[in-house]
Write a protein that binds this ligand. Structure first.
Ligand code: MG
Length: 399
């Protein structure tokens, strides 16, 4: 538990939370943010993350990151930084563990397919039926919010998990202006407002955003090499990587042996992670010193304060580009992406025509297309593949 007295004035203090949508009595031993974290861990959507793709599809190997292990790594990194900066660790953990709850099966491929399906059937903006079609397209950040606000059905008095404003604010990392306006219509002054008036979220939310980036850049290097799609030799072209490889070899020359390649890679990734974590701590401390925010309200009005140094941001850019070109756009990855998109498209068509094939609570909804999208978005990779086979008789991905 974060000692409340240890929190900085610019941290989110649980006693000053903007509260829950449905007021509840405080828990006897936990702060509101601890309680949010606990609700997230017990949710159905959280358990599903273990069978959802991060980059590599679930059936491609047991050791690749899934959304679950990715979320745990983000929480670890964010908590380390939060403690050093005297931010609220419980809130950071709640945001990190829930930040990817809205992802579809099959990673970004699934999201893109679902977005295209919805764009084809929903009326254009301005002619939307506000009763039934509140959202434009499919955005995974907005979907994460919808999971914790609406789609978890486990508490008697309300839908969703009834999380605190600050947790929900952190979950909604990005939002289109159109969807922010819809949010604002439902909840004036709520979590959509900052996308319209261009203010910042709490430092805890800003931190989770950066921790996400640090985590996936590092673990995609690891998974990429494990998959055989990228090699240590290719990575040596990246200055940031090469710097830590040479440093490791200087300290531990025996890791140059071919049998120690894996251990060498782990040492380089460990140093890469540490360097970025310490860089964020230092650059953020400097930004806080310059800006001197004395409250969360001051943080929201300021420029973004959780940041990398300029030097680290530019050193990390080639690594990101490398991953984009050599891993995310690798023919073997994009071939799977194509199949995954076909699965999602055909599921969307099948359920749209036969809603009774969905679980009853989804089949009964009046907002047919959004119900189909919510149903598909909640699926694990495996369940989506099995449902696709059940409804079409065709096996596109291993079951
Ligand atoms: Mg993420």
């Amino acid at each position: 538990m974060t000692l409340i007295s240890a929190l900085a004035p610019y941290a989110c203090h649980p006693g000053e939370s903007r509260g829950r949508r449905y007021p509840e009595q405080a828990a006897p031993t936990r702060t509101d943010f601890q309680r949010d974290r606990d609700r997230i861990v017990h949710s159905t959507a959280f358990r599903r993350l273990v069978y959802k793709t991060q980059v590599f599809l679930n059936h491609e190997g047991d050791l690749f990151r899934t959304r679950m292990t990715h979320s745990l790594e983000v929480a670890q990194l964010a908590r380390s930084i939060a403690r050093a900066l005297r931010l609220n660790e419980d809130l950071v953990e709640a945001i990190a563990l829930s930040h990817d709850l809205g992802h579809t099966p099959f990673g970004h491929a699934g999201q893109d397919a679902l977005n295209a399906c919805l764009a084809a059937v929903l009326p254009v903006q301005g002619k939307r039926d506000p009763e039934h079609e509140d959202w434009l397209g499919f955005e995974h950040n907005l979907q994460s919010l919808r999971v914790v606000d609406e789609l978890e059905h486990r508490y008697a008095p309300f839908d969703g998990l009834n999380l605190c404003f600050e947790t929900r604010e952190g979950i909604l990392k990005h939002c289109s202006a159109a969807n922010a306006r819809s949010l604002e219509a439902i909840e004036p002054g709520g979590v959509g407002l900052r996308f319209l008036n261009r203010t910042q979220p709490s430092l805890e939310a800003q931190l989770c955003n950066l921790a996400d980036e640090i985590a996936y850049n590092a673990h995609d290097v690891d998974d990429g090499v494990r998959s055989g799609l990228i090699s240590l030799e290719q990575l040596q072209e990246i200055d940031l990587f090469e710097r830590f490889r040479l440093q490791t070899l200087a300290e531990h020359p025996h890791l140059a042996r071919p049998t120690h390649q894996r251990r060498l890679l782990y040492e380089v990734i460990r140093r890469l992670l540490s360097a970025q974590v310490y860089d964020v701590m230092e650059a953020t401390r400097a930004a806080l010193d310059r800006c001197q925010p004395d409250s969360v309200q001051a943080v929201r009005q300021a420029v973004p304060l959780v940041c990398f140094s300029e030097a680290m941001r530019s050193a990390a850019a080639p690594l990101k580009q490398f991953l984009m070109q050599r891993l995310y756009r690798h023919p073997q990855v994009t071939q799977m992406t194509g199949l995954a998109q076909q699965v999602v498209r055909e599921l969307f068509d099948a359920y749209s025509q036969q809603p009774q094939e969905m679980r009853a609570s989804f089949a009964a909804r009046p907002d047919r297309h959004r119900a189909v999208a919510d149903y598909i978005a909640g699926m694990t990779d495996r369940f989506a593949s099995k449902e696709h086979f059940r409804l079409t008789g065709v096996t596109l991905l291993p079951l």
